[in-house]
Write a protein that binds this ligand. Structure first.
Ligand code: ZN
Ligand code: ZN
Length: 326
């Protein structure tokens, strides 16, 4: 069981009175990876169970999905292994520090040169291919290994396209590994820099992007415990969470036409929050209703909700690096 095992650090209660809302919460990265891998494995298990209960005609799809969840669990476990065995040094985090400016200014976008010179993520990518890629079909493995053997400039070009939103320029299978390598680099860098830089704890999001790295969110959490009911968006790249007032559009900041959708009742643990002003939506993962939820895993398990919202003309404002838009 993963209950009482949150990757969100406990609230600092040394200052008496009502605690101020923290603009940013940095995760306990090792716990985050452990929870995510466990949740993916649990959802894979549930899919296998459902497949066994269903009519034979519906079995193949559930089995394929279960296989993918299981593979992703292995990929996240491999990210955790990199974190534990070859942690990032402060010197390796320097290129990311150089991209951060004032508290109210968005971070710079990564350049091709920065990605080419940052060896850490390239090594992480190769390690993930060697570890998690070993369970994939031979043909896919060969393609990934060929990519891992490419010159840093070629690898950087692919990463740059991916980080700039050019998802269709990158092979879908390679994209998942590239992002996982980039993410284990960025997440450690931001956590290291935050330990020595108070300003990083007070950055504000502009236009719905992560205030620490500029990447899109994967979704939103409604927290429980000491932070009951507070809403934070979670970064798809560096895993940082930033505060956003409830019932405020995370993209355009409007509050006038916000609606909530789910297939269940109004107390569903996963809901979509739509904005009638800009037509965007994000999913809310309500840890106050189900503390076992994990954004990336549970987002992937609820793609039917996305399909229904897209049918209604809403545009997804979140990115799940396990399932890039086609
Ligand atoms: Zn970020
Ligand atoms: Zn909006």
């Amino acid at each position: 069981m993963i209950k009482d095992h949150s990757d969100i650090p406990a609230l600092d209660k040394r200052i008496p009175g009502v605690p101020a809302i923290e603009p940013i919460i940095f995760p306990k990265l090792e716990v985050l990876y452990t929870r995510r891998a466990a949740r993916l494995e649990e959802l894979a298990f549930q899919l296998v169970k459902e497949a066994a209960q269903n009519e034979p005609s519906s079995v193949p799809e559930d089995e394929v999905n279960a296989g993918y969840f299981s593979f992703l669990s292995g990929l996240v476990a491999a990210q955790r292994y990199i974190l534990l065995t070859t942690p990032l040094s402060l010197a390796d985090a320097e290129p990311i520090r150089a991209m951060l400016h004032g508290q109210n200014t968005s971070p710079d976008s990564p350049t091709l040169a920065m990605l080419e010179e940052s060896v850490y993520w390239q090594k992480a990518f190769a390690a993930l291919v060697a570890e998690a890629g070993a369970h994939l079909p031979a043909e896919t493995q060969d393609a990934l290994q060929a990519l891992a053997a490419e010159k840093p400039s070629a690898l950087a070009a692919q990463a740059h396209a991916l980080l700039s939103g050019g998802y269709d320029e990158i092979d879908a299978g390679a994209a998942v590994f590239l992002w996982a390598g980039l993410s284990v680099f960025w997440a450690q860098a931001i956590a290291l820099l935050a330990a020595g830089d108070d300003a990083l704890h007070h950055r504000r999001s502009e236009g719905g992007a992560c205030p620490c790295c500029g990447a899109p969110p994967s979704g939103a959490l409604v927290l429980t415990g000491d932070r009951e009911g507070l809403r934070y968006l979670q970064c798809s790249l560096c895993e940082t969470r930033w505060h956003k007032v409830r019932a405020t559009c995370s993209v355009c900041d409007e509050t006038g036409h916000i609606d909530y959708w789910s297939f269940e009742n109004t107390t569903a643990p996963i809901q979509a929050e739509t904005c009638g002003d800009c037509k965007s939506y994000v999913k809310l993962f309500r840890l106050d209703r189900d503390p076992e939820l994990e954004i990336l895993a549970d987002d992937l398990a609820t793609v039917v909700l996305d399909a229904a919202l897209e049918d209604q003309g809403f545009i997804r404002a979140a990115l799940n690096p396990f399932s890039f838009p086609a």
